[in-house]
Design a protein around this ligand. Sequence first.
Ligand SMILES: Cc1cc2nc3c(=O)[nH]c(=O)nc-3n(C[C@H](O)[C@H](O)[C@H](O)COP(=O)(O)OP(=O)(O)OC[C@H]3O[C@@H](n4cnc5c(N)ncnc54)[C@H](O)[C@@H]3O)c2cc1C
Length: 302
Amino acid sequence: MNTNYNSAYEQLTAEKIAVLKNEPLKNHTTFKIGGPCPLFVTVNSVQELKTTLKILDTHKIKFFLLGNGSNLLVDDSGINSAVITLSGEFKKIEINGNTIACGAGVSLAKLCTAAAQANLQGLEFAYGIPGSTGGAAFMNAGAYGGEMADVLTLAEHITQDGEDGITKGEQLQFGYRSSCYRQNGCIITKLHFALQPGKFEEINAKMKDVMQRRTDKQPLELPSAGSVFKRPQGAFAGTLIEQCGLKGYKIGGAEVSAKHAGFIVNSGGATCDDVLNLIKHIQTTVQEKTGYFLETEVIYLK
Ligand SMILES: Cc1cc2nc3c(=O)[nH]c(=O)nc-3n(C[C@H](O)[C@H](O)[C@H](O)COP(=O)(O)OP(=O)(O)OC[C@H]3O[C@@H](n4cnc5c(N)ncnc54)[C@H](O)[C@@H]3O)c2cc1C
């Protein structure tokens, strides 16, 4: 580890901010793949986040903001930047009438459950997406006819320079699996949702239905990062891959799921290279046989 990382580690520790050295990222991704990062920082408050950004900036260390690691493919050699993850006050949920505000570290599962218990509907589509609310806002995560753009009205953030800011309404620039946060590099700290009054039993039944459909169709029993490819216009990635006879195709420990061809699963000991090679093979085969180019949805980190 170079001296910059060591000095930053000491300064963070002196500030009582939780930091680990050489933490394997495979412990923090749903793919269970990924080498180490030099510094793995867990911040519990906006103040700790700002202090961390200042310390990293002083030492010219880049950072990556990790949510729940459910849309990531991390290189086997790890990454050459610090990783920041949100805990403590970023895990809080506040309910006020038909609106919910929550920290960006809250899981979608907890948010959906809290909304249902408060008789608020609108978030049922998100039940079962294994991300944090911050990661879901960044990606404009969606499923079963709904997406974050439908319910998220305002996001609070900290810029890379440590300034507070908010983005609301159209400024959020939601698109297919994208938001303004994919461009501006800000850290989302808190999210505000506008929901509709509903009945717990009905909301809960919808959530159960959505979860059942996932369990029936998706290989949830194996590590993955969900759908690897974006939906191409006029087709479904999984269907195209299946039509090309690639269901069950394997490179090393990476396998096209036999249950849902849009998923690549880690069937045991898969490396990042296995997954990258399998992605390339799928892209080439599908383009040759169908003319569609499959763009990746999963974010590759090196
Ligand atoms: C089994 C399975 C099923 C899935 N089903 C779906 C689905 O139905 N629909 C769907 O859209 N996705 C799905 N996904 C993919 C994934 O869950 C979503 O993309 C999710 O929104 C990612 O959130 P995360 O917290 O895990 O983000 P991460 O994977 O940790 O990060 C993704 C990106 O978001 C950024 N980010 C995370 N938090 C913040 C923050 N606070 N501020 C700024 N940037 C941030 C990261 O820097 C990174 O660039 C699935 C994944 C799996 C494993």
